[in-house]
Design a protein around this ligand. Structure first.
Ligand code: BGC
Length: 448
C-alpha cells in the first residue's frame, strides 16, 4: 500500500512512542529501588507465561543513551514513559531514593536536549509492594500517598515535561483486584470496584495538588483505554444488553467518575444489586472530577460481543472485515469511534492524544536483513488514517503514540507478545529496528 501522508497533520502534531517503567526498566532492586506489585507477582510461579519476570526486562535503567538513540532514529517529537513509584519512594511513602529520582531527571534532560517532548505517566500499574502490604488500592490512604508521590513529580518535573498523566488505564487495577489476572492477583468483584474508586480518588487528589503550582508548560490529564464493545447482532437484544453492560463496567465506569463526577445509574443499580458498591464519601466525586487539561486515549481495537458465543470471526470475514495474522480483527476505525464516544456521549472538549496504539505478534522473521512486521505497518497506517479523518470531522486529536518503542515485558504474557517497533533480544538486550520502525520514521518525516 502506497502511503502519502504529507501535510495532513500540522507541525504541532506530536508523533511519539510509549513505554512503561515495569515493562522496560529492569534494575528491579538496583540503586535502592523498592519492589512493586509486579516484581512480587511475577515471582510467583504460574502467574506469568514461561514464568518470566520483569527483573531485567529491556534493562532500560542501564541503557538510557541507547534508548534515546532509538527515539532519535525514529524522529519522534515526543516520548511517553512512566515513572516507577517504588524507584522514587521505595516504601511508597516517606524517604525519597535520590538515585532513582535522578534516573528520571537524566531521562527528561536528555529528551529536552534532543527536542523530544516528555510525556510522563505517574502510575502504569506498578504499585509499591510496601503499600500493597497495607491493603494497596483497597486502602483509602493509598490515594493520599499517591498524591504525595505526585507532588514529588510536580516539584521535580513541573515546567520541564509537557504532559503528566496521573494513571494509565486504571481498568488494570480492576483486573488485578477482581479478576486475578494482573498483580496483585485478587479475585473479588467488590475489591475491583473499591480499588478503582480509591484510585480515581487518588487521581483527583493529585490534580488538586497540581493546580497549586500554576505551571505554564505542563498540562495534567489521565489515560483511559476504550475497547468499545459492539453487539454481534445489532437486532439481538441480548447482544445489545451484553455490549452495554461491558462498556458500563469498563471505560464508562472511569469516564463517569472523572468526567461526570458520578457512577452511572446503571452501575449504581448493578453494584447495589450485586453488593459490590464501594465505600465512598460524598465529596469523593467532586474530587475525582476536577477539570483536567488533556485526555489520553489508548485505543487498540473494538470488541464484538455475542450473547450466544457465535463464531464472530467467520461472520465478520463474510461482512468484509479483515484480520491480522495474530487473529485480531483489523478495525482501525476503532479510534474514530472511541473519539466519538468521548465527544458525543461525554461531551469532552479538551485536547485528545492517542497515547497508545499498537499490535502484537509472537514471532517475527528476519528476511534479507530486516525484521518483517508488515501487519504492524498496515495497522499503524490504518489508525493514523482514521485519526486524520477524525480531525477533519472536527475532533481535536493532537498526538499519536505507538505502543511500543521496543519489545518488552508484556505483563502476564511475559516476553511472548511482541509489540515493539524495535526487536529486543532478551539474551543480549540488543535492539534492532523492524520494518515498522523504518516506516513509522518515514511517516513522521513526511509530516515535518
Ligand atoms: C497497556 C500496556 C500494554 C499494552 C499491550 C496497554 O493496555 O497500557 O502496558 O503493554 O496495552 O497489551
Amino acid at each position: 500500500m502506497e502511503y502519502n501522508m504529507k501535510n495532513k497533520f500540522d507541525k504541532e502534531f506530536l508523533w511519539g512512542v510509549a513505554t512503561a517503567a515495569a515493562q522496560i526498566e529492569g534494575g528491579y532492586i538496583q540503586d535502592g529501588k523498592g519492589l512493586n506489585i509486579w516484581d512480587a507477582f511475577s515471582h510467583i510461579p504460574g502467574n506469568i507465561a514461561n514464568n518470566d519476570n520483569c527483573d531485567i526486562a529491556c534493562d532500560s535503567y542501564n541503557r538510557l543513551d541507547e534508548d534515546i538513540k532509538l527515539l532519535k532514529e525514529l524522529g519522534v517529537n515526543s516520548y511517553r514513559f512512566s515513572t516507577s513509584w517504588s524507584r522514587i519512594l521505595p516504601k511508597g511513602k516517606g524517604v525519597i531514593n535520590e538515585k532513582g529520582l535522578n534516573y528520571y531527571k537524566k531521562l527528561v534532560d536528555k529528551l529536552l536536549e534532543n527536542n523530544i517532548k516528555p510525556n510522563l505517566t505517574m502510575y502504569h500499574w506498578d504499585l509499591p509492594y510496601e503499600l500493597e502490604r497495607m491493603g494497596g488500592w483497597l486502602n483509602r490512604d493509598t490515594a493520599k500517598y499517591f498524591a504525595d508521590y505526585a507532588e514529588i513529580i510536580f516539584k521535580n518535573f513541573g515546567d520541564k515535561v509537557s504532559f503528566i498523566s496521573t494513571f494509565n488505564e486504571p481498568i488494570a487495577i480492576y483486573v488485578g483486584y477482581a479478576l486475578k489476572a494482573f498483580a496483585p492477583g485478587y479475585g473479588l468483584e467488590k475489591y475491583g470496584r473499591q480499588a478503582c474508586h480509591n484510585a480515581m480518588l487518588a487521581h483527583g487528589l493529585a490534580v488538586e495538588k497540581f493546580r497549586k503550582y500554576n505551571f505554564k508548560e505542563t498540562k495534567i490529564g489521565i489515560v483511559i483505554d476504550i475497547w468499545n464493545r459492539v453487539p454481534f447482532d445489532e437486532n439481538n437484544q441480548d447482544d445489545i444488553r451484553l455490549a452495554n453492560d461491558e462498556n458500563e463496567g469498563a471505560h464508562k465506569f472511569f469516564l463517569n467518575m472523572i468526567l461526570n463526577g458520578k457512577y452511572s445509574d446503571y452501575m449504581l443499580q448493578k453494584m447495589k444489586k450485586e453488593n459490590t458498591l464501594p465505600y465512598f464519601k460524598k465529596e469523593d466525586f467532586e474530587i475525582m472530577s476536577k477539570p483536567i487539561d488533556f485526555f489520553g486515549l489508548n485505543c487498540y481495537n473494538r470488541i464484538i460481543v455475542s450473547s450466544e458465543n457465535r463464531n464472530i470471526k467467520e461472520d465478520i470475514s463474510k461482512r468484509g472485515g479483515n484480520f491480522l495474522n495474530n487473529g485480531q480483527e483489523f478495525y482501525p476505525k476503532a479510534v474514530y469511534d472511541a473519539a466519538k464516544i468521548l465527544r458525543e456521549e461525554f461531551k469532552l472538549k479538551i485536547p485528545l492524544f492517542v497515547t497508545e496504539n499498537g499490535t502484537f505478534s509472537n514471532e517475527e522473521k528476519e528476511i534479507n536483513g530486516i525484521i518483517e512486521d508488515i501487519d504492524r505497518v498496515n495497522y499503524i497506517k490504518g489508525f493514523i488514517e482514521w485519526i486524520e479523518k477524525a480531525n477533519k470531522d472536527g475532533f481535536d486529536i493532537r498526538g499519536y503514540y505507538v505502543w511500543s518503542l521496543m519489545d518488552n515485558f508484556e505483563w502476564t504474557a511475559g516476553y511472548n507478545f511482541k509489540f515493539g517497533l524495535y526487536q529486543t533480544n532478551f539474551k543480549t538486550l540488543e535492539r534492532k529496528p523492524k520494518r515498522s520502525a523504518k516506516e513509522y520514521a518515514k511517516i513522521i518525516k513526511n509530516n515535518n
